[in-house]
Design a protein around this ligand. Structure first.
Ligand code: CO8
Length: 300
């Protein structure tokens, strides 16, 4: 039987608790049992909360490819914060409502031909998404039901557990090098923490996109299941993780992730400035434009 929820903490934008508030005990107030299912949806993220299980499903629904635009990232963070603050929710499953695509990663158009102010705002939103998800008190399971390059892969890596549909046409990886750009240190840290240094180094240098079976072999995803079983398997894994007392699991998670989180928090402004100067270079802009053209050509 699942242990009762013991702890809950509120992560405020840019003021992450990073451990110190995670051990606080909080019990549900007495009162009538709340409704069993709730859903809230904005334009790009659909959330369904099953209160009896304490589990939410967050579905990305930003066609054609769930690219991580500024709007998407903002909605993602708002949805996550709502769940984080909701005592009825102890775990969240992240998946896609767009067939064959989990997420195509950062929206490249947000990084092309825009102002310095825009790049700063966009990069802060990318950081915020990662900080919130990596430090979440909830159990986070990625049900990867499609391709997941770069920032899409980062979302999956940032979760506690990854299950991928076993379709060999679906690929996942940090392919930044293929675009002529470099994965930031906190993408790299997250990747290393999942697959280990050697695999991460080779994969990052080559900008590899791994097929689902390959991703499983190198430990990038924890398991593969037939696509039709993905939802059930994610629910079963979630139940298994939620069977642990929250406080013990949360403190352990903090212990494992704190150094990596602290590193970005300590260097956040520097990281934004680095991104702006890197992405504003004409050579980088040219690489990104060529990459976008290549994507369009591939279609015709
Ligand atoms: N951003 C913006 N638009 C995109 C993106 C994206 N990431 N991906 C695809 N699109 C667009 C395509 O250009 C196309 O537009 P249009 O319809 O106008 O021609 C439309 O989405 C559909 O794309 P496809 O026809 O290619 O769709 P498919 O279903 O055939 O393929 C894929 C889907 C596999 C997702 C494919 O589109 C793809 O490989 N996309 C590129 C993914 C990618 O490389 N993303 C990397 C983004 S960079 C990142 O996330 C981290 C950056 C870190 C920066 C650090 C700097 C310091």
């Amino acid at each position: 039987m699942a242990a009762p929820a013991l702890t809950r903490c509120v992560a405020r934008p840019g003021v992450l608790p990073l451990g110190q508030a995670w051990g606080r005990a909080a019990r549900l107030p007495p009162g009538p049992p709340p409704a069993q299912r709730r859903a809230f949806s904005n334009n790009r993220v659909l959330v369904e909360l099953d209160e009896s299980a304490g589990v939410a499903t967050m579905k990305f629904k930003s066609p054609p490819v769930n690219s991580l635009s500024l709007d998407f990232l903002t909605e993602f963070c708002i949805s996550l914060e709502k769940l984080e603050n909701d005592r009825a929710c102890r775990g969240v499953i992240l998946t896609s409502a767009v067939p064959k695509i989990f997420s195509s990663g950062l929206d490249i158009t947000e990084m092309c031909g825009k102002s310095t102010e825009h790049y700063a705002e966009f990069w802060r939103a990318v950081q915020e998404m990662w900080l919130r998800l990596y430090s979440s008190n909830m159990v986070t399971v990625a049900a990867v039901n499609g391709s997941s390059p770069a920032g899409g892969c980062l979302i999956a890596l940032t979760c506690d557990y990854r299950i991928m549909a076993e379709n060999p046409k679906f690929s996942i990886g940090l392919n930044e090098a293929q675009l002529g750009i470099v994965a930031p240190f906190w993408f790299k840290d997250t990747f290393v923490n999942v697959v280990g240094h050697r695999v991460a180094e080779r994969s990052l240098q080559l900008g590899s996109l791994h097929s689902a079976p390959e991703a499983h072999r190198i430990g990038l995803v924890d398991e593969l299941v037939p696509e039709e079983k993905l939802k059930d398997r994610a629910t079963a894994v979630m139940q298994q993780w939620l069977a642990l007392p929250d406080h013990a699991r949360q403190l352990t998670k903090t212990m494992m992730r704190k150094a990596v989180l602290d590193r970005l928090v300590a260097h956040r402004e520097e990281d934004i400035q680095y991104f702006i100067s890197f992405i504003s270079k004409e050579s980088i802009q040219k690489s990104l434009r060529m990459y976008m053209e290549m994507l369009k050509k591939k279609k015709s």
